[in-house]
Design a protein around this ligand. Structure first.
Ligand code: BDR
Ligand code: CA
Length: 295
């Protein structure tokens, strides 16, 4: 499967990248970056740091430096000043490509159908759809982290909205309305504490003597000691692609509120539609896949 990773690293984006790069069952054609957890320059540098740590040569393309409208919002309080848990990984030697993200996605999709794992605000994907409308049919499926779907669950930025959708609700609405097949991991499942990294999971990760596991531990140890557990939201989007059997999902259509008090809110109509939202996870299997992926 040919895959593009669209990210705003971000501690959990970094974990997702470490698990995706070098995975034998997928062929990662590129990484595009977007402003979100940190600004675009830092997000791009972080993507390069992770590819270097993973020993990967995959190309990194710089994407949108701000949402379709309005200002950027960051989450350094959660992800650290450097966006990677204040791990201060070495400066990368590699540089990003010159091609901008939307064009790069279009070029990657030109000769083959492409799956996308998107774990930041959806600005790059929306810009790609607007700039290359004929290329939408080349996208096999989008696996994304974003939104909150169960009426009982609440957002993590406002009571209504999840961070990625709140950062760029216009882009989220554009992508959700595109008709492309989407699998969405929302806070309903990603906040499941059984899948988060706590001290005991960190100890298990430390026991894995690989370069990947050691980088993962460097990145996640400060956030775990500060917050006691760290939710791996973005890993759910990757695992929905790699290990669909560990999830249950519900089919729906989704609209995203773009203004007012409920800005960023995902409104799902269940029954029919092009979107599957994850509704349940087998936590034991999730943990096993996580540890095996770092091994
Ligand atoms: C999402 O927001 C970011 O902080 C995380 O990286 C994840 O993509 C969770 O709401
Ligand atoms: Ca993210």
């Amino acid at each position: 499967m040919k895959v593009l990773l669209d990210v705003d690293p971000g501690v959990d984006d970094a974990m997702m990248l470490l698990l995706a790069l070098g995975n034998q069952s997928i062929d990662v054609l590129g990484i595009t970056t977007v402003c979100g957890n940190v600004g675009i320059l830092k997000a791009t540098e972080n993507a390069l740091k992770i590819t270097a740590a993973a020993g990967s040569q995959v190309a990194v393309y710089r994407g949108a430096s701000r949402p379709l409208s309005g200002k950027c919002m960051h989450a350094t309080g959660i992800h650290g000043q450097d966006g990677l848990g204040d791990s201060h990984l070495p400066k990368p030697m590699n540089k990003p490509e010159r091609t901008k993200a939307a064009q790069a996605i279009s070029e990657m999709a030109e000769n083959q159908r492409l799956s996308i794992v998107a774990t930041g605000p959806l600005t790059n994907i929306a810009m790609f759809l607007d700039s290359y409308p004929d290329m939408a049919k080349r996208i096999e499926r989008i696996f994304l982290m974003g939104g909150v779907y169960c009426p009982k669950s609440t957002g993590n930025v406002t009571p209504f909205a999840e961070f990625n959708f709140y950062c760029d609700p216009e882009a989220a609405d554009r992508v959700m309305a595109s008709g492309i097949e989407i699998v969405a991991a929302g806070l309903d499942v990603t906040m499941d504490g059984r899948c988060a990294v706590d001290c005991s999971m960190l100890a298990k990760m430390r026991g894995i003597k690989t370069a990947k596991a050691s980088t993962a531990c460097k990145i996640i140890s400060n956030p775990v000691s500060r917050q006691s557990i760290f939710h791996l939201h973005d890993v759910f989007a990757l695992f929905a692609m790699l290990h669909p059997e560990i999830f249950e999902s519900r089919t729906c259509r989704v609209r995203v509120e773009t203004a007012g008090k409920q800005r960023g809110r995902s409104i799902a109509s269940f029954g029919i539609g092009n979107i599957k939202v994850l509704s349940k996870v087998n936590a034991e299997m999730f943990q096993e896949k996580l540890l095996r992926g770092l091994s």
